[in-house]
Ligand binder design. Sequence first.
Ligand SMILES: [Zn+2]
Length: 461
Amino acid sequence: MSSILIKNARYVIASLPFNILEQGAVYIEDNRIVAVGPTKEIEARYNAAQEIDAQDKVVMPGLIDAHNHVGECHMFTLFGFLDSPLTGIQDALERIVWPAWSWIPQEAAYDLEMLGLMHLLKSGTTTVQDCYMWPDEAGRAAVDSGLRVEVSPTLVTSLKLKDSKGPEDDLARTEAAIQRWHGAANGRITYRVHPSSTYNCHEWFLKECAALASKYDVGIATHLAESVDEVERARAVWPQGEVRRAYELGLMGPKTLFFHSCVLDDEEIALYAETGTSAAHCPPTNSMLGNVARVPAMLAAGVNVGLGTDMPTHDMFKAMLSCSQQHTIMPREIRGLMPWTPLEMATTKAARALNLQDDIGTLEPGKKADIITLDLSNNTRLFPLTREVLITFITVNGTGADVSDVIVDGELLMRDKQLLHLDEAAIIARAEAWTQEFLTYYKGKVERGEPLIERIHDEYV
Ligand SMILES: [Zn+2]
């Protein structure tokens, strides 16, 4: 049995918003939290094999990214080739996302994924919902990184992705991947079926995805109502709107996670609440395309809204700041986030979005030990710190660089900002080499005038 005692913490955030202990301690056995309380009391009761003195540190639940594309950092090099601003989701897909998706070779997949997971680990994310291409490479990287990962490879019928042999084969391989990865690594890896969006997959395929998720009792997720241009195009084809159509196709329920959900009317928000469907709010990418989700209205209606980055070059601190800023510049009548709400969305609400609320999101006895510490020594960003302002400061002033220690599933992965299991320089070098290969491929295609994506059928059919 392994055991860790984190003691003398200036603050322990046990749960949000205000269950905060001063001079607190957390005792962990194997992968579970056994006790949380005052250091004197916990120290007297337990003997740990390993101790972390958290004097001048904040101890808090690990952050949970409710939506990311972890292995796709190469995509962001394409922003350097833009010759005009992006106009909406379709434009972003055509010029940035799909050309990057169409490249990822199997040999590159693990290395790119490891870079993204390492970045998340260093910046305090302990669980990530990950949409990627290659299930086995994503699964292997999840095992090796030590993070808690929801593997959910992207499925599309309108495009030819690198390894696809057609939608029937994609479904068969998804079923095999669920059997292989759901519950793997002592439950650290879970699986979610992920048709990319309701407009780039055939209707029969969406129904098959829902049936597959139901058969294995795993989650289902898709990008939905992300952008005004998407919603307008969808309504021209499906007069009931994208959300009502998703409901009719059997896609909504407590194990459903819809990414973005920016453009929703009151009735659609009510449908999320009624069915227990969660949303992953991703303000960094929504801002880029000029969209703001009605998060205060969604929360008021009882919808569970987690927070996500949607991109591997971001981290959850940036997402929390972005969330705070987006919603303070909303028109006054639709504002309404408390300063600590983004941190709740990055912990307890994101945990619920991934159906992991019984295991993670707070520091309570019985929960899995996913814990981070923030370094307060010589820290002018989190200063002057009081118990009352702690959560607000972390939400708006904290950065990934403040993260000092990271524990996932009871395993110490980073200590005093040093990664204990990963060779950081080697991971960066391999990802850098693959990114250069991608740029050579991309520039060659552009020079030769070759298409960057292979279309199988139109979207919105
Ligand atoms: Zn996305």
